[in-house]
Design a protein around this ligand. Structure first.
Ligand code: HEC
Length: 139
């Protein structure tokens, strides 16, 4: 019985991974990238040393949210540079920048480095525009 239920759980989690990898760019942008980016932009403002000494008082729980959001973006970046990759230089460059800045945000959040995190957050915003201006239908 134990073995059977372990196999069932494994089967379900592999199914979940396959589903995530097959997610369309649109769905991943809407359900993963957009909410994670909102968190990153908000925390980026809170921890920016330019916003004054209160930035240093950002609670550990907020940093943990920032770290989780950066890790979500890193996952999305792996899809954009992998299975979801589209042809063209702008895609390659903006997806690579997105991947690098998501990793920078993760490192900074793990170290509670306000200057590093806010700088990664600012840079991330530019990668959205760079890719969307060519690949996303403007509505
Ligand atoms: C390498 C390319 C690329 C990067 C980088 C990128 N996006 Fe996108 N994004 C797309 C494409 C392509 C679409 C359009 C998908 C479609 O409509 O099929 C899209 C669509 C979206 C949408 C609309 C989803 C919907 O409901 O239709 C949102 C929101 C979004 N992106 C947020 C972001 C944010 C925020 C960032 C930066 C942090 C970002 N994206 C970075 C390629 C990218």
């Amino acid at each position: 019985m134990r073995i059977a239920s372990a196999a069932l759980i494994l089967g379900l989690s592999l199914g979940g991974a396959a589903l995530a990898a097959a997610m369309t760019v649109k769905d991943e942008m809407k359900t993963v990238v957009d909410p994670a980016t909102n968190t990153i932009f908000a925390v980026g403002g809170e921890v920016d040393p330019a916003n004054g000494p209160d930035a240093a008082k950002v609670p550990a729980a907020r940093w943990a949210e920032a770290l989780a959001a950066a890790q979500k973006l890193k996952g999305a970046a792996a899809h954009l540079t992998g299975p979801q990759k589209q042809p063209g230089e702008e895609w390659t460059k903006s997806a690579a920048d997105f991947a690098k800045l998501a990793a920078d945000a993760e490192t900074a959040a793990a170290k509670k480095d306000g200057a590093g995190f806010s700088s990664a957050a600012n840079g991330l915003g530019d990668t959205c525009t760079a890719c969307h201006s060519k690949y996303k239908t403007q509505s």
